[in-house]
Design a protein around this ligand. Sequence first.
Ligand code: ZN
Length: 302
Amino acid sequence: MEIKRRTVPNHLKVCRVLRQRMKLADEALRQLQSDEKGFEGECYFDQLINRSPASTYLQLQDVLLKWYQSTFQIDSVLLGPHIIYLFDVKTFEGEFYIEGNRWFSITGKEINNPIHQLRRSEALFCSLIETLGIHLPVESKIIFVHPEFTLYQANRNLPIILPTKLNAYLKSIEPVTVDRSLIEKAQKLASLHIDRSPFEQLKIPSYTYESLKKGMTCGMCGERSVQVQGKNLVCSWCEHQENLETGIIRMVEEYRLLFPNRLITVSSISDWCRLNIDRNKLYRILRKHYEMVGSGKNTFYR
Ligand SMILES: [Zn+2]
């Protein structure tokens, strides 16, 4: 049972749009690709859980919590009547090896030991749930989801689940029945989730309204090669067709995402979309989908 569901992280949404509207530096592109891959891996793991007996647990996906001054994030929490599982999903691909406490990629480049991170989150989590009156043992694991991940010299007792063992591991979790009081505790825990990560801003390249390319983008390929044809938008690049109104709303939502402090007005959206359409038509679409505030020149929508 899902108590908190995974959604596309805000920084990922913003970067997806920025990629279509500015030239991202190589580093920002790499970051975006890695975040996409991470998100995909987490969604894949959610699916595996939902197809296994583990789905009978109360699930909290992607929670960001704070304990005193420390913020920590957990990819997946399963809360049952006798035990809590914490999972950190990794999408590492290729060959890695361990020497002592240190982790290396096959090329010899050292990477952060993921177990240290896991232990930190686990310790903070355990202290936090005590205050919620949850007194259950916690088992945490790093889940490697990429089928082409290989790890050499790994001790069998490490808290890791390799891709070849993942299905068997999830099947080994016995189904449970949860009661009202546990659901309430899980909801309380979910209510502590911090919606905006203090670190997410670091993942977003800086941009201004002026610096971004304007114009309607295609809902399929993302190119700014869209023309109005009657009640539809047609992309000259991939031939995708979209209802004009749906496309405009998609653009307004994009604008809101990138510029939460700018007003939505007929003029601002007209400039953002740069479509050859009548202002009255735009006005009608905005009025239909948003609340109109003010009048005359000072009208805006929210
Ligand atoms: Zn297209």
